[in-house]
Design a binder for this molecule. Structure first.
Ligand code: PGA
Length: 258
């Protein structure tokens, strides 16, 4: 089976692998991605390492592994201590940026409004957004999954429709992140299909061209089942992206369906 959209596997290192371990991992991933790439591979190291990871990938396998930041500020510059703008991230070697991860929403007060503003800033600067959405366990148990996901999606869908197919959406049920509780393939596909249908209301091109990644306890052994689903175009991987073998196991599973 081949996928209509090029599968994408993104590794979100979060606040891990911040030293030589991160550089070594980037070198090893790049070496594994030197050949023809039916799928797209992206790594998101901590901000402090972006530049060095970009240099390493450029040395080992230029253009074969994308580099993503984990966050950005929506303003281009100014008095925002500790923050980084889209142009600074481009300068550090990024092509991508993760926006609205549930940890950012939960611990750093990000809202649908800030996610929209950050998506606008990224698109304007030419940084490709990976925008995260997903319900909590309480919301799922209350039968509110789609209501929540639609609200989060509607906040930025018109923004990404300006260049349909360039931005990526990551559906990550919050209850499946870092818990080992992966959504069943059916649960994931159901929400992915609903997201794609919702995008159809914005534009056909957006609905057809947008890659929707699944995230939440993706591992090599559950990846194939997820990637076999019609509307799952890859994965945003946390824990399993921190080591070469577990990450490449997921990449291999995506290569099987590409
Ligand atoms: P996990 O994290 O794979 O460790 O569940 C996913 C994510 O937070 O993007």
């Amino acid at each position: 089976m081949s996928k209509p959209r090029r599968p994408l596997i993104a590794g979100n290192w979060k606040m891990n692998n911040g030293g030589q371990d991160g550089i070594d991992l980037a070198r090893a991933i790049a070496a594994e991605c030197r050949g023809a790439n039916a799928i797209e591979v992206v790594v998101a190291p901590p901000a402090s390492l972006l530049h060095r990871v970009a240099e390493m990938i450029e040395k080992v396998a230029p253009g074969r592994v994308g580099i993503s930041a984990q966050n950005l500020h929506s303003e281009p510059n100014g008095a925002f201590t500790g923050e980084l703008s889209a142009s600074m991230l481009l300068d550090a070697g990024c092509q991508w940026v993760i926006i609205g991860h549930s940890e950012r929403r939960q611990y750093f007060g990000e809202t649908d409004e800030s996610v929209r503003a950050k998506t606008v800033a990224a698109m304007k600067a030419g940084l490709l957004p990976i925008v995260c959405i997903g319900e909590t366990l309480a919301e799922r148990d209350a039968g509110r999954t789609l209501e929540v996901v639609y609200r989060q999606l509607d906040a930025f869908s018109s923004v990404i429709n300006e260049k349909p197919g360039t931005a990526v959406i990551a559906y990550e049920p919050v209850w499946a992140i870092g818990t080992g509780k992966v959504a069943t393939t059916e649960q994931a596909q159901e929400v992915h299909a609903a997201i794609r249908k919702r995008l159809e209301g914005v534009s056909r091109e957006l609905s057809r061209g947008t890659r929707i990644l699944y995230g939440g306890s993706v591992k090599a052994d559950n990846a194939a089942g997820l990637f076999g689903q019609a509307d799952i175009d890859g994965a945003l991987v946390g824990g399993a992206s921190l080591k070469l073998d577990s990450f490449m196991g997921i990449v291999s599973a995506a290569r099987q369906v590409a």
